[in-house]
Design a protein around this ligand. Structure first.
Ligand SMILES: Nc1ncnc2c1ncn2[C@@H]1O[C@H](COP(=O)(O)OP(=O)(O)OP(=O)(O)O)[C@@H](O)[C@H]1O
Length: 224
């Protein structure tokens, strides 16, 4: 379970974010620049919030009062980036193996090939990212993120680069993966259909101008 309430700042932009996510898919929606990526970056440890706290399954990841700010590698959070961020010089199998913690690499439970087969891409193990399609890259990125055995999975626009048919197949697969892994997912999307099909809960972000100069921006949110 994720429990968080923090504020963050990016230049003239600031946001206050209360979050409570059980084993569900929370969809974050909002216009461009409303702070969706900023929220994922704070949760994953790539950006330090200004104040507040972030707790995952009772473990404090960030707390300004307790002066705790765990680095990304100690947070146990999987992150699937918008452009998938696969290593182009590593094969599909090596990309997934990279996600497996060193002391688990010999465990049969986390066999990268088994993981690839469970995503229907076992036959692509020896190919490089430049030799596979967008939908296949998306599956590799998911397999790599889940290979770390995360307690929370963050997905930034995971389906945006894909065409309509593969998009609906992958929506269904994402829901299946979520049921199998039983961890909270936070998914950012601009797409109403993604939000409706994938989200157990939806949080909408809104931008408003706050400073007299009209340059400062603040985001607020509402749940549905
Ligand atoms: N490195 C940065 N320095 C200064 N301001 C930034 C930086 N990164 C983002 N911002 C600003 O922070 C605000 C929120 O950006 P963020 O990327 O979180 O929005 P988003 O909702 O994810 O947008 P999009 O849907 O376009 O990806 C925007 O106003 C943006 O201009």
């Amino acid at each position: 379970m994720l429990d968080a309430h923090f504020t963050a700042q990016r230049g003239q932009f600031n946001i206050e974010m209360p979050l409570h996510v059980e084993q569900e898919i929370l969809v974050l929606c909002g216009p461009s620049g409303s702070g969706k990526t900023t929220i994922l970056q704070c949760l994953s440890g790539l950006l330090k919030p200004v104040s507040g706290f972030i707790k995952l399954n009772g473990r404090v990841l960030f707390s300004d009062k307790e002066k705790i700010n765990l680095p990304p590698r100690e947070r146990n959070i999987g992150y699937v980036f918008q452009d998938y961020a696969l290593f182009p010089h590593l094969t599909v199998k090596q990309n997934v193996t990279y996600g497996i913690k060193k002391d688990h690499r010999n465990s049969s439970l986390l066999d990268p090939l088994k993981l690839l087969h469970s995503f229907g891409i076992g036959h692509l193990a020896e190919r490089y990212p430049g030799q596979i399609s967008g939908g296949e890259k998306q599956r590799v990125a998911l397999a790599r993120a889940l290979a770390t055995q995360p307690e929370l999975l963050l997905l930034d626009e995971p389906l945006c680069a894909l065409d309509k048919d593969i998009r609906s197949t992958l929506r269904f697969e994402l829901r299946k993966i979520h049921q199998e892994w039983q961890i909270p997912f936070i998914l950012v999307t601009h797409d109403e259909e993604d939000a409706a099909v994938l989200g157990d809960t939806k949080m909408s972000l809104f931008r408003k101008r706050t400073a007299a100069s009209g340059t400062a921006q603040q985001s607020t949110c509402s749940h549905s």
